[in-house]
Design a protein around this ligand. Structure first.
Ligand SMILES: O=C(O)C[C@H]1C=CC(=O)O1
Length: 96
């Protein structure tokens, strides 16, 4: 199942720099692991914003929820999820 996910990140301004750096490093490691596993298929920065557009390819809504809520930055993100299905006019297969 494919999901379009937007993540807006908002770290508290009072958060110590070393805590923020650790969160970002942990987030990066997990994001890259999930990309290598094929579950996090696309990761794009939204220009000019601390936000991203991602495409996840997972087995279920429950799996997506588990992945998103396990992200180190999850407590500091606003997340919007859009489930995707095949468009009848698309000339592409689902292999993104
Ligand atoms: O920077 C972000 O957009 C938030 C998050 C998503 C992947 C990652 O490494 O950090």
């Amino acid at each position: 199942m494919l999901f379009h996910v937007r993540m807006n990140v908002s770290l508290p301004t009072a958060m110590p720099a070393d805590q923020a750096a650790k969160l970002k490093a942990d987030e990066k490691a997990l994001a890259q692991q999930l990309q290598n596993e094929g579950k996090w298929r696309h990761l794009w920065r939204i220009a000019g914003q601390y936000a991203n557009i991602s495409i996840f390819d997972v087995a279920s809504v429950d799996e997506l929820h588990a992945l998103l809520t396990a992200l180190p930055l999850f407590p500091y993100m606003q997340i919007e999820v859009m489930p995707l299905c095949r468009h009848p006019s698309s000339v592409r297969d689902n292999d993104l």
